[in-house]
Design a protein around this ligand. Structure first.
Ligand code: FES
Length: 107
């Protein structure tokens, strides 16, 4: 399924992220700037912060664990209602076409 990553400078990248893979890795493996993913998806860094596009917010849903909620409180960029940790968004067929926006900085 395709994910469109839009960097804060407007650059966009359409990446085919395999089913079952998370949105953080899809960016990392394809050299998309704007996602760091320092902890490798272990829910301990918050450097994989992204903003789910408004059109996708309902489908992607809210944070899936209390750990994610807690980490989102510490993100360095502005936190928005659509903020998620991209390592916690796992691709399934229903997310084909997903659009995420990346913050200017992860630190
Ligand atoms: Fe560290 Fe997502 S990669 S919390």
């Amino acid at each position: 399924p395709n994910v469109t990553y839009i960097e804060s400078n407007g650059a966009s990248h359409v990446i085919d992220v395999p089913l079952g893979e998370n949105v953080m890795r899809g960016a990392l493996y394809n050299n998309v700037d704007g996602i760091v993913g320092e902890c490798g998806g272990g829910l301990s860094c918050a450097t994989c912060h992204c903003y789910v596009d408004d059109a996708w917010a309902d489908k992607v849903g809210t944070p899936t664990s209390q750990d994610e909620v807690d980490l989102l409180e510490g993100v360095s960029a502005e936190r928005k209602p659509t903020s998620r940790l991209s390592c916690q968004i796992v691709m399934d067929a229903s997310l084909d076409g997903l659009v995420v926006h990346l913050p200017e900085s992860q630190y």
